[in-house]
Ligand binder design. Sequence first.
Ligand SMILES: Nc1ncnc2c1ncn2[C@@H]1O[C@H](COP(=O)(O)OP(=O)(O)O)[C@@H](O)[C@H]1O
Ligand SMILES: [Mg+2]
Length: 303
Amino acid sequence: MKALEIKNLKKSFKSNFLIKEYHVLKDINLNVEKGEIYGFLGPNGAGKTTTIKCVLRIIFPNSGEINIFDKPYQSVAAREKVGFLPEHPYFYDYLTAGELLSFTGRLFSIPAKKIAKKTAALIKLVGLQGKEDLKLKKFSKGMIQRVGLAQSLINDPDLIILDEPFSGLDPIGRKELRDIILSLKADGRTIFFSSHILQDMELIVDKVGIILNGKMVKEGKLSQLVSHSVRYYETVFSGVETAALEENNLEYMQQDKNFIIKSISGEDANKIIRFVTSHKGTILSVTPVKMTLEDIFLKEIKE
Ligand SMILES: Nc1ncnc2c1ncn2[C@@H]1O[C@H](COP(=O)(O)OP(=O)(O)O)[C@@H](O)[C@H]1O
Ligand SMILES: [Mg+2]
């Protein structure tokens, strides 16, 4: 089952007294399977927030189709299942974290007893125990992010949409957020999050969709995108005379007493291994150096 399906989504904004039309989303197509963590990756201004706002019906697309758990996104049944953390969460400063959560719970007409239970569980999930009674104006950016995440979960959503949740977090905050996202997945929920932070994506997502200038340029399982993209093989060895390497026209680098040779294909790497062993050398390591998401991303931008 698909948790979120977007087909041929287009959105333009008019400006200059309606003279000029900016086509911000030119053709967005994406498929998020139930239970997966989907990374919506793209540089600033690519159209991530605009896409998310369309899904949440904060703004309305010019054309296209959006389904949530196989239901049209306008339907109440679809919308009830969605939780959302905006890019720049803004909450009333004088509320405490606990008050914010019960306020949000009441908006969803959750019974008071249930709200209290739910609030305690969510405060724990996002690691804000002991801070329930602190006013939000005393919260750091990372703490605001967490309380925002907690309030996006108050209605027990099956699909959680997070817009740039990692932005402004320090490395520890990132690690903690990754763990929370993974625990939500373990709970059977689907997480869709946007980011331009590649490292955080690489560690947790099942699938990525890359958006550039309002168009999807790539979508796929992270393992496929990355494993199909071995850039080169690096063979490290020792115990071979430099003269032998030169006679065979092998391009090498030297690091202390070790040699490093880069081969583009696996077959070439095999040849190096045979050469080294037949010259009584020692193979120290053979490493397939894979493309990182960042490489894929930069390549798409250049094309
Ligand atoms: N209300 C709007 N009116 C005009 N242009 C907009 C509006 N909202 C967003 N844009 C433009 O759409 C583009 C994509 O913005 P956005 O979706 O926020 O990108 P991202 O979230 O990927 O950084 C940007 O060029 C932005 O200036
Ligand atoms: Mg954005």
